[in-house]
Design a protein around this ligand. Sequence first.
Ligand SMILES: Cc1cc2nc3c(=O)[nH]c(=O)nc-3n(C[C@H](O)[C@H](O)[C@H](O)COP(=O)(O)OP(=O)(O)OC[C@H]3O[C@@H](n4cnc5c(N)ncnc54)[C@H](O)[C@@H]3O)c2cc1C
Length: 410
Amino acid sequence: MAEVAVLGAGFIGLSCAYWLMREGHRVTIFDPQGPGEGASYGNPGTFANYACIPVNNPDVFRNLSRFLLSSTSPLRIRWGHMPQLAPWLVRFLLSARQSNYEHSARALASLLSRAFEGYREMLATDALMSFVRQRECLYLYSNPASFKAAQASLDLRRSLGVQFRTFDSEGIRQIEPNLAPIFEHGTMFDDSWFLTDPRGFLQALHGSMTTGGLEHERVAISTIKPQRSGAGLVDEAGRSYTAGHVIVCTGALSKRFARQCGDRVPLDTERGYHVRFPGTSALLSRPCGWAERGFYMTPMTGGIRAAGTVELGGYGPRKNPDLLKLLTASAQQALPGLREPDSTWLGFRPSLPDGLPVIGPSSASPYVIYAFGHQHLGLTLGGVTGSVVADLVAGRTPPVDLNPYSPSRF
Ligand SMILES: Cc1cc2nc3c(=O)[nH]c(=O)nc-3n(C[C@H](O)[C@H](O)[C@H](O)COP(=O)(O)OP(=O)(O)OC[C@H]3O[C@@H](n4cnc5c(N)ncnc54)[C@H](O)[C@@H]3O)c2cc1C
């Protein structure tokens, strides 16, 4: 069987490695970091198989002034990044037009409908299943007007096969009695679940695959060189490697590899934050999202993690104290039992402006395959992405139409 190099040890890379090893391939991960240290580390852990509505939906236009001007807006722009961001932002706004957004929603729903299948077998082991809590996600609205405005997107979800139930304030109180009585409406998505520790889950997966023969080269790759058969790799210290196939799963840092393999993809990042409130997990039984504030609170190992917000501002490490304050204050307002957080985190969602990932072979070579750009859904879509990549390496036609995710769609 082929020797496959997988670049990146996040949800996408490790899921690809899992599916490839299952088919008997010898797999080497290349990542200078350990498993789950990138964007995969700090998310709120929701298996969000209902989330087929891209962030840039037509509501963005209606709410633009609130998004840009309100002190409680969960969407921010780092204006200093505008020269690099502008072309991406224009495409992002164009993708929010009704027909484009419906196209993206349908394409996301098609992948999401297979998301659980992508994990089913992986979760058959107790070690991995111990991280899973089968509690559906509850999405909350504090303002009746925003719930009313969400009806069109809820109708679209329902037409795309997403099942959910709605609750009034009394129903919410019965499900999550520790929430402040500020939520007028809630939506609970059937068949969703969450992980108590996304990095712990990936470490356990990595550990079991290592026992099964997975290699991990702790190096950063700088260059991919497509060859007539297979591909070469060069790491940052100048060492060379070869592989039968290379799978690019380097999240928000994948753009330069696409460029080296003949594709210009407008990949940027939606920066997101989390704050952790230690020892508070008993306050909630499930992930609760606050729609107007753009974040989830999830009862995780070690405490409630409040995670979310979108900051358009590139890959720099500097955190935005305003967003961290907003996350902290919003979580405390929603859950009055919370005190002060003990840690904060900034992560980089790998995002294309149409809200869809890039999955498929590179223009330069069928031996270099892309799997990146899973924006707000990389945890959810890891398994199904891995299975599609295994199909491509085997030369099988995947059960999903890959055209919407093509690297040449831009
Ligand atoms: C605040 C927030 C909330 C989120 N909530 C959810 C959620 O509830 N549900 C959900 O499904 N998703 C969620 N997401 C999205 C999800 O976390 C990401 O889509 C996912 O982690 C992306 O996984 P990845 O494997 O593509 O990238 P990453 O996890 O970033 O992994 C990429 C890896 O590539 C490595 N790498 C980079 N450059 C190189 C190189 N040159 N050579 C070798 N290796 C390299 C990095 O070290 C890293 O380990 C959220 C994200 C954020 C930030």
